[in-house]
Design a protein around this ligand. Structure first.
Ligand code: SAM
Ligand code: CA
Length: 245
């Protein structure tokens, strides 16, 4: 309910689907223009602009989240990392720029073509040697990694930003691969704000389809005693999970 001209009015459900979860677009723009764009590395700016011309650009990590990931990785001194869901590589570049020169990113995506859009920019930035890109669905790759016990508990940071209907399956596996004390970031856990929207609110088809999976994941993470969690309203929501056992 809202009050207008002294009258109480019923608020009609708004379609969910805005990139920013902040109440005001102007406030989000203020964040971008005041503290994100002025400090964005030239290579990330170039990749963001190239990606903006791609038809699936909705999938890219936002610049404020890229800045957050870059700082987070430096704060935790991440060296051995993994990314599931690369697209054109904006979060990958944010990671590659943050980790040391001998740091590693095992990057997985079913689509190499989109990765190759960003690759020349990543190469020009001088960080492509840190990336081991594997084309293909992530689940079998994770199973392969798990077969070798030497991989268990070795990752400082794992960023999951791929098919939301598989996040629970990813969690089952990567919890074994991340170090105790290491961090997993699950992206889009506020799913366009749809997680808190009434079931009958208008939603794009893909938002509605994945909503239940995201709701299920959020519940499962909150109950998982192997991790401490923190859900942040950056981008489309990111849940950080710190492995404790
Ligand atoms: N992190 C990226 C960025 O910063 O631009 C965005 C990733 S985009 C939201 C999701 C990606 O997941 C797509 O590139 C898609 O090809 C990939 N993907 C979808 N299903 C996958 C799967 N089963 N295994 C690996 N990657 C998958
Ligand atoms: Ca994302």
């Amino acid at each position: 309910m809202a009050e207008k001209n002294g009258e109480v009015q019923e608020i009609k459900h708004q379609e969910v689907g805005h990139k920013s979860l902040l109440q005001s677009d102007a406030l989000y723009q203020y964040i971008l223009e005041t503290s994100v764009y002025p400090r964005e590395p030239e290579s990330m700016k170039e990749l963001r602009e190239v990606t903006a011309k791609h038809p699936w650009n909705l999938m890219t990590t936002s610049a404020d989240e890229g800045q957050f990931l870059n700082m987070l990785l430096k704060l935790i001194n991440a060296k051995n990392t993994m990314e599931i869901g690369v697209y054109t590589g904006y979060s990958l570049l944010a990671t590659a720029l943050a980790i040391p020169d001998d740091g590693k990113i095992l990057a997985m995506d079913i689509n190499r073509e989109n990765y190759e859009i960003g690759l020349p920019i990543i190469e020009k930035a001088g960080v492509s040697h840190k990336i081991d890109f594997r084309e293909g669905p992530a689940l079998p790759l994770l199973d392969q990694l798990l077969e070798d016990k030497n991989n268990h508990g070795t990752y400082d940071f794992i960023f999951v930003d791929a098919d939301k209907d598989n996040y629970i399956n990813y969690h089952k596996r990567i919890i074994e691969l991340v170090k105790v004390g290491g961090l997993i970031g699950y992206d889009n856990t506020l799913w366009n704000g749809s997680v808190a929207a009434p079931a009958d609110a208008p939603m794009r088809k893909y938002v509605r389809y994945y909503r239940d999976f995201v709701l299920e994941l959020n519940k499962a993470l909150a109950e998982d005693q192997r991790v401490e969690i923190c859900m942040l309203p950056i981008g489309d929501g990111i849940t950080l999970c710190r492995r404790i056992t």
